[in-house]
Ligand binder design. Structure first.
Ligand code: TMP
Length: 256
């Protein structure tokens, strides 16, 4: 057990990550676990090395997004499983952007998986595990005060920019960005409110299909017991150029 780990305060523990108090006020340390859940916690498991890979993948994507002017909570990677992030007030809305029909959209509307959408679709879900993150409209969001119209506009336009940028980035490495989920937070700077990208971007919350074979290279392999789960996460990292082909990821660095 790591001595320093004992001394810092756990601020929040989610299904795939733990947040600890950071070294400076306004910062947090985000620790990536190997734990995986699906279907709102009904299915639980471990994807060996996932935390290490998602830490690197999210670092890479958030850094790239920062370079094109998308404000993010990412500050720097600290070690294999941890990154320093800005502390934000998480807006309790999950934003899903879809380019190709898959997952809950295919099921809910009976549209075949793989149907290319005529334009990207943005959906909102209320972040509430007890309710299974129900889909909501902007009317619900403003009526219940989860976010105001300006914040919704800002989250929508950032999400579409992120979609454009990441679709191109993944296409360049032979992957189709089918859909993904984002979370945003509020940050006050000199009395000014900023909406910034938070959480993580990784194969846990993106659907990525190989351009040539349509093979799924994301958490759907775990959700639907397709096998080669670890290999898929490693392949995404490898194609992004952040994992040497021969690297073997172990469960090193698990908390406590
Ligand atoms: P869905 O088709 O199950 O609604 O998922 C859409 C996208 O959002 C997919 O890339 C997976 C991601 N997602 C999450 O990251 N967390 C969630 O809780 C859910 C339901 C989906």
């Amino acid at each position: 057990m790591n001595f320093r780990m004992n001394r810092r305060r756990r601020v929040y523990e989610g299904k795939a990550k733990v947040l600890f108090e950071g070294p400076e006020p306004g910062t947090l340390v985000q620790y990536f676990k190997d734990d995986a859940t699906a279907f709102n916690n009904q299915k639980k498991g471990t994807i060996t090395g996932k935390g290490v890979l998602n830490n690197r993948i999210s670092e890479y994507l958030m850094t790239k997004l920062g370079e094109i002017g998308v404000p993010t909570h990412f500050m720097k990677r600290l070690n294999m499983r941890e990154q320093l992030i800005r502390r934000v007030e998480i807006i309790p809305i999950e934003i899903v952007v879809r380019n190709i029909v898959a997952g809950s959209l295919a099921k809910r509307l009976g549209i075949p998986e793989g149907t290319v959408l005529p334009r990207s679709i943005v959906e909102f879900y209320y972040k509430k595990d007890e309710l299974g993150d129900p889909m909501v409209s902007d009317e619900h969001i403003t009526a219940f005060g989860w976010a105001n119209p300006h914040e919704i506009d800002e989250m929508m336009s950032l999400s579409l920019r992120i979609n454009d940028y990441m679709s191109g980035l993944f296409l360049g490495i032979g992957l189709k960005l089918v859909d993904f989920k984002l979370e945003f937070g509020r940050l006050w700077d000199n009395d000014e409110l900023h909406i910034i990208l938070a959480d993580e971007i990784s194969p846990d919350n993106c659907r990525l299909w190989d351009v040539k074979t349509n093979e799924k290279m994301d958490k759907d392999r775990f959700r639907h017991d397709l096998g080669k789960v670890e290999e898929a996460y490693q392949e995404v990292a490898r194609r992004l150029g952040i994992l040497m082909p021969e690297s073997v990821i172990t469960s090193e660095g698990q908390p406590e």
